[in-house]
Write a protein that binds this ligand. Structure first.
Ligand code: AP5
Ligand code: MG
Length: 216
């Protein structure tokens, strides 16, 4: 079963995916994390992706399809969460083509207003090793610059500068928002108020996932 987590940059997709992995034992595929890993390893894919990511633009679809297929094939958990895919209609159609093997059971839209998103991304920092997410004001690591989970270095993402955040929000409006209608038309769409605290948002998403699992 696949659950797609959709939301603007900073909506909390990664935060929620991590909570769901811990609680339900599902597998998370974060295309953003996967691309950043390729960049840090200096691979061909990483080199191709780097300029797009640092500008806040989408990486070409064929690169993402390679990552998606590889991740899907290498895991056998019952529930898979997609954090960051699909991000445009072409990717949504590609995912539909894979549905005989990997059916999508729900697309969960974590909705947060733009002013709140800017505050969240402005203060965010992440572990460069395990990807754990922090926020300078609300969820700072216990020791500055050091990940609580793995001891890795906590950094600010290159695309979390204000001008890059603006580009990412525009890309979301122009290219990703149409994917919401696509899932509405397919009766797979669930909207969540992402401005509540992380635990409340989590409980709502968990409820949807458990209901859909139970109704199979
Ligand atoms: P990606 O890494 O997916 O970035 P994004 O979509 O811009 O989303 P973010 O990771 O910034 O936000 P999030 O929703 O995960 O929020 P988070 O949980 O961190 O993609 C990066 C780039 O990779 C793209 O721009 C593109 O270039 C490329 N890419 C990736 N996928 C692609 C694809 N399919 N096609 C093409 N290109 C692709 O939370 C944010 C902050 O808010 C944190 O500090 C957190 O602690 C805090 N927070 C979270 N929840 C709450 C809450 N409920 N209340 C208060 N604070 C909260
Ligand atoms: Mg994320």
């Amino acid at each position: 079963m696949i659950f797609v987590l959709i939301g603007a940059p900073g909506a909390g997709k990664g935060t929620q995916a991590d909570l769901l992995v811990e609680s339900l034992g599902c597998y998370k595929i974060s295309t953003g994390d996967a691309l950043r890993r390729q960049i840090s390893l200096g691979t061909k894919v990483g080199k191709e992706a780097e300029a797009f990511i640092s500008e806040g633009k989408l990486v070409p679809d064929d690169v993402l399809l390679g990552i998606l297929k590889e991740e899907l094939a290498s895991h056998s958990e019952e529930v898979v969460l997609l954090d960051g895919y699909p991000r445009n209609l072409s990717q949504a159609n590609t995912l539909e083509e894979l549905e005989s093997v990997y059916p999508v059971n729900g697309a969960i839209h974590i909705h947060v207003d733009e002013s709140e998103l800017l505050g969240r991304l402005g203060g965010r920092c992440v572990c460069s090793n395990c990807g754990e997410t922090y926020h300078m004001q609300h969820k700072a690591p216990s020791v500055e610059g050091v990940c609580d989970k793995c001891g890795g270095k906590v950094i600010t993402r290159t695309d979390d500068q204000e001008d890059k955040i603006r580009v990412r929000l525009e890309v979301y409006e122009n290219q990703t928002a149409p994917v919401l209608n696509y899932y509405q038309d397919r009766k797979l769409y669930y909207k969540i108020d992402g401005t509540k605290g992380p635990k409340d948002v989590f409980n709502e998403i968990k409820g949807i996932v458990e209901d859909l699992k139970g109704s199979r």
